[in-house]
Ligand binder design. Structure first.
Ligand code: SIN
Length: 313
């Protein structure tokens, strides 16, 4: 059931959904983050006259996302979600780092109302632009009475912040929820729900510095054939507070890299193991030298470790 009278606030951050190309048949040679969020909404006739507000929080290609923009975005989301007349917030974003931003927002805000991220695989100028339908669907989710938590709406499906991941660099159907599956499908503006909405405790924004350079330094290293410990040593020497290792299979690490990571951990650098397989989770066993990030992808495990370092330095 939808609350048509309630206000939805749409926050723009850029991405391909706001991308522009001189040539309508160009699906790759465009510039992301060009079209303002108000214009994006005007391109969806079905939203004309709907109680919507818009605000441009950033205008960037999401590969260039910064911690400072994350902090600003979380603060604007928190502000609007606290307004009684607002049923939910929509964030337009680039697809490339959408899942990291989603996990950051879920962990910091864990909102009781829907915070809906959306994006597009084709620029606003494309013949087959997917942004307008995704935006329309995202607004439907932001109005849905039972919806809550941070979700991503793309290509007719609702994905939870923990599970969503970009699995293809080009296809319009580029997002997936792995083993968990989507939370819902959106069909003609109506939701068909399959499983519960994201929940959890909010860490709060109080300990998240507005100055991005004050955040803990957490880097990702990958285990692979011929891996060496030198990269870990160099990162520790340059001041890393935490390291996530994208492991082979079920959290295994090349012996050279593992030795360097164990040494780093003994010296106080926090380490988390994730899997580079992009699906499933690292199933830990008693006596593991390095803790597991469970089902978090390396990029989400990095967010998790940064937030953990911020709340318990
Ligand atoms: C971006 O992530 O900002 C560019 C790519 C995209 O949105 O698909």
């Amino acid at each position: 059931m939808q609350n048509q009278a309630a206000t939805v606030v749409v926050l723009g951050t850029g991405g391909t959904i706001a991308g522009r190309s001189a040539n309508a048949s160009d699906n790759v040679g465009y510039t992301a983050g060009q079209v303002g969020v108000t214009q994006l909404l005007q391109a969806v006739p079905a939203l004309a006259g709907a109680p919507l507000e818009s605000e441009q929080v950033a205008q960037l290609d999401s590969k260039d996302m910064t911690h400072a923009v994350w902090r600003d975005l979380a603060a604007r989301c928190a502000h609007h979600l606290a307004r009684a007349e607002v049923s939910g917030v929509v964030v337009t974003h680039g697809t490339d780092t959408l899942e990291e931003t989603a996990w950051f927002l879920q962990r910091v805000l864990a909102p009781a109302k829907p915070l809906v991220m959306t994006a597009a695989m084709r620029p606003a100028t494309a013949l087959q632009a997917d942004g307008p339908q995704n935006l329309l669907d995202a607004v439907a989710v932001a109005r849905h009475a039972g919806a809550r938590g941070v979700v991503a709406v793309l290509d007719g499906r609702v994905h939870g912040a923990r599970d969503v991941r970009k699995v293809h660099p080009y296809r319009i159907d580029a997002f997936d929820s792995g083993d968990a599956g989507a939370i819902a499908a959106i069909e003609e503006g109506r939701l068909r729900c399959f499983r519960p909405w994201p929940e959890g405790a909010a860490l709060g924004l109080e300990r998240v510095p507005a100055d991005g350079s004050a955040w803990p330094v957490v880097e990702i290293v990958t285990s692979h054939a011929g891996a060496r410990g030198a990269a870990v040593q160099a990162l520790c020497d340059s001041g890393a507070h935490g390291l996530v290792v994208a492991c082979t299979g079920n959290g295994t690490v090349h012996r050279e890299l593992e030795a360097a990571l164990v040494t780093a951990q003994e010296r106080g650098v926090r380490v988390l193991r994730s899997t580079r397989t992009r699906a499933g989770r690292v199933i830990g066993v008693a006596g593991d030298a390095l803790p597991s990030a469970e089902d978090l992808t390396p990029e989400k495990a990095r967010v998790e470790l940064m937030l953990s370092l911020l709340s318990r330095p």
